[in-house]
Design a protein around this ligand. Structure first.
Ligand code: ADP
Ligand code: ZN
Ligand code: ZN
Length: 722
């Protein structure tokens, strides 16, 4: 037997697959197995992507793999990983890395310990600590052995504490410590139920029931066009997902539920655990490597049949997949930032189609693409039959981030009645930027062409792109003036203003700064527990929270997002306002919504005020059609970066020229602002023929990289840039 193996190397130029002969002892190897293979003079980890009877290679050149260290990945996932690599102009190794067990990694020369290990002192180790046997120990080695005097420790923790796995491996080789499998840790407690709607599940409304009937039909017919559950906020979409998952399980099929960041909406994941107990694996970023691996194995073995998690959960190793749910499908977190820049929604669509599973995307504010392409199921009303809260849009010409009179009154009303409010301002920090009142100097990041944001509590000026920080100046270094002006308010300043305005009503702040300090869950829990109060923050406050006491939702500078040159700006603005509006009036008391904007007539705001998602989407689709934007056209963006200005532009020009020669029109080059010390430029292809555009861009980049890569230019390809 011949195994075609794709080596997991970082090098872009090395493209497999390469053939290896399988000996008797490797009979069990199949598509999806990982193998340690000789590769030139090295040994590398590779994935079997195909099995064959014979090879084109000369028999004397065929070598045997060294070992098969790992459980196999399902073949369907191998194909999916390779598809992602192509669709997003990445390498097979990087595509495959997405579907491998956590911890496998690209470029690994040897498999890292996959099973959790523990370290224990051997006789020789005790001797070495006591100075016997002539063993010489470095400081790290001594520390590692010393830490084991009182008993065995998990290897991962010991490595973290004493300078890495390499130290432990070296000690193991010298026989001074032993690494052995860790005894199974007791499973995290879960509730017992495994199937069915269970007690306490509400009776579906008529709209929910008809959506569920359509989903069941799809499960029976094994797939088909993706479904879009378009339901207003509070219409009970989660209940539909729960019952859809139950329906898949009843048919002996598994399910994946993709959710935006779990830390922001732990309630949703919690409801799946509550209903399906032991059969759920919840993946989230806070898990340790060992926990992640344990979850992978539970899914792979079929012990867990439902996987709830963020975008990477789309690669969960489940067999007999019946359903993929994409909750809040408009959420930006479904797009991966690093290479491959995959979109989990598109990967979900692909996977569902390949495995005859049903794709069910849901949102109150779906993307124009899904609205146009998917079959719609709608939940037009809130579950309790209450109307959506009235929305008032007020003009703020020249007033910046300050509060409108109506907003002040509404907030005072919240205080007087002991209710809750949520205030959204999509700018963190204290002031947007600082300038000298005399010479006009503006404080900018030394590594990025953006202004520094003042953070008062941290007494620092910070760059929101690279993390650069510097102390707040007391005088202008250019002219010596001490009259420094602060412009534009951020969430930190707003929190202070609101606290003063509304005392003694407590004010809570939720943005990535406060999240870093105390944790998102902590802020949300305190807001939830308080009898009354105001939550202020960035777009994080507009996620799917369900706080019944909230009666006021307030958006400041709502059209700020419209001032970015981006074809998604309108959609984002509409979604942000509509989602925040959905947080108000979910309980017994009626809610209201106030939207402050420079241009109250802006199309997304008008439609958001009327709770008119369909009207907005119809207009949006007409606009996109006229301009050739998705779903009518596809965008592929190439960004080049270099340490010095110049080479990045030359590289982008080379890409554009190659594309022009190939008959693919490209927009650019356009210079981008400098970021993290790198000069950047981009070229964008807008095309109706997606596959062709992707292929041509890939070829053009490969050609340009061969020449310009040597000059230190890096290339990033982004298909469907967010
Ligand atoms: P959405 O996700 O559409 O915003 P949720 O799924 O959060 O809405 O539902 C809002 C609330 O309504 C939740 O508290 C949920 O338990 C409840 N709910 C859902 N379906 C029903 C139903 N059929 N009958 C009564 N309450 C329901
Ligand atoms: Zn000055
Ligand atoms: Zn910076």
């Amino acid at each position: 037997m011949i195994a075609r193996v794709e080596p997991l190397t970082r090098a872009r130029a090395l493209r497999g697959p390469f053939d290896y002969r399988l000996g008797e002892d490797l009979r069990g190897v199949r598509v999806g197995s990982t193998l340690l293979v000789p590769f030139g003079r090295r040994r590398v980890l590779g994935v079997v992507v195909e099995l064959a009877e014979r090879s084109e290679m000369a028999p004397e050149r065929l070598v045997e793999p060294l070992a098969a260290p790992e459980a196999a990945v399902p073949p369907a996932l191998v194909r999916l990983g390779l598809w992602v690599a192509e669709e997003y102009c990445s390498t097979p190794a990087r595509g495959l890395a997405l579907v491998l067990p956590p911890g496998t990694g690209t470029g690994a020369r040897r498999p890292r310990p996959r099973e959790p290990l523990r370290a224990r002192l051997t006789e020789a180790g005790w001797g070495a600590l006591a100075g016997r046997g002539g063993e010489r120990l470095g400081p790290r080695q001594r520390a590692a052995l010393g830490a084991l005097r009182r008993g065995a420790l998990p290897a991962a923790e010991l490595a973290r504490a004493t300078g890495g796995h390499a130290t432990l491996r070296r000690l193991e080789r010298r026989g001074l410590l032993a690494l052995e499998p860790l005894p199974e840790s007791p499973r995290r407690p879960r509730t017992a139920r495994t199937l069915g709607p269970g007690a306490g599940a509400p009776r579906p409304t008529a709209a929910q029931a008809s959506a569920l009937a359509a989903i069941r039909r799809r499960l029976e017919s094994r797939g088909g066009r993706p479904l879009l559950l378009h339901g207003v906020t509070g219409s009970g979409k989660t209940e539909v997902y729960l019952r859809a998952v139950a329906a898949a399980l009843e048919r002996r099929r598994s399910a994946i539920v993709l959710v935006p960041e779990i830390a922001l909406t732990p309630q949703t994941a919690g409801r799946f655990v509550e209903r399906f107990g032991e059969s759920v694996a919840v993946l989230h970023s806070a898990l340790s490597a060992r926990e992640r691996y344990a979850d992978w194995k539970r899914l792979r073995s079929g012990e867990a049949r439902v996987c709830v998690g963020p975008r990477s959960a789309v690669f969960a190793p489940l067999d007999d997949l019946g359903l993929i749910v994409v909750d809040e499908e408009h959420d930006g977190s479904y797009k991966q930032d690093g290479d491959p820049r995959y979109d989990a929604r598109l990967v979900a669509e692909r996977r569902a189609a390949a495995e005859d599973a049903v794709l069910l995307a849901g949102s109150a504010t779906p993307r124009a693409e899904s609205f146009a392409r998917y079959e719609r199921l709608s939940l037009p009303d809130r579950v309790d039959g209450r109307p959506l809260p009235p929305v008032e849009v007020v003009g703020m010409v020249g007033a910046g981030g300050a509060l409108h009179e109506r907003a002040r009154d509404a907030l005072s009303e919240v205080r007087r009645r002991g209710e809750k409010g949520i205030v959204l301002l999509n700018r963190r920090g204290w002031s947007n930027f600082l300038s000298c009142g005399v010479c006009g100097r503006v404080w900018e990041c030394p590594r990025c062409d953006v202004t520094l944001v003042l953070h008062r509590a941290a007494a620092a000026m910070a760059c929101h792109h690279c993390g650069h920080r510097e102390p707040v100046p007391s005088a202008c270094p250019d002219c010596g003036s001490v009259s420094l002006a602060r412009h534009g308010a951020g969430t930190e300043q707003l929190e202070r203003e609101l606290a003063a305005l509304l005392a003694p009503l407590p004010v809570f702040r939720l943005d990535s700064d406060s999240a870093a300090a105390g944790g998102v869950a902590d802020v949300l829990a305190r807001f939830d527990a308080a009898p009354a109060g105001v939550l202020v923050g960035t777009q994080m406050v507009a996620k799917g929270h369900d706080f019944p006491e909230v009666t006021l939702a307030l958006v400041l500078d709502a059209d700020a997002t419209l001032r970015f040159p981006d074809f998604r700006a309108e959609e984002r603005t509409f979604a942000l306002v509509a989602q925040l509006a959905g947080r108000s009036g979910r309980g017994a008391r009626e809610g209201r919504v106030i939207v402050q904007a420079l241009d109250p007539e802006a199309r997304p705001l008008r439609h958001a005020a009327g709770h008119d998602a369909e009207g907005f989407l119809r207009g949006e689709l007409a606009r996109r059609k006229a301009l050739g934007y998705p779903p009518f056209g596809h965008l592929v963006r190439v960004v080049c970066a270099s340490a010095e200005p110049g080479p990045e532009l030359a590289a982008v020009r080379a890409v554009r020229d190659a594309l022009t020669t190939a008959g693919v029109p490209a927009l650019g080059p356009a210079a981008l602002f400098r970021r993290q010390g790198k000069s950047r430029a981009q070229v964008v292809v807008k095309s109706r023929e997606r596959a062709r555009a992707i292929e041509q861009v890939g070829a053009a980049v490969e050609r340009a990289a061969a020449e310009h890569g040597r000059r230190g230019v890096s290339f990033a390809v982004d298909v469907d840039p967010a």
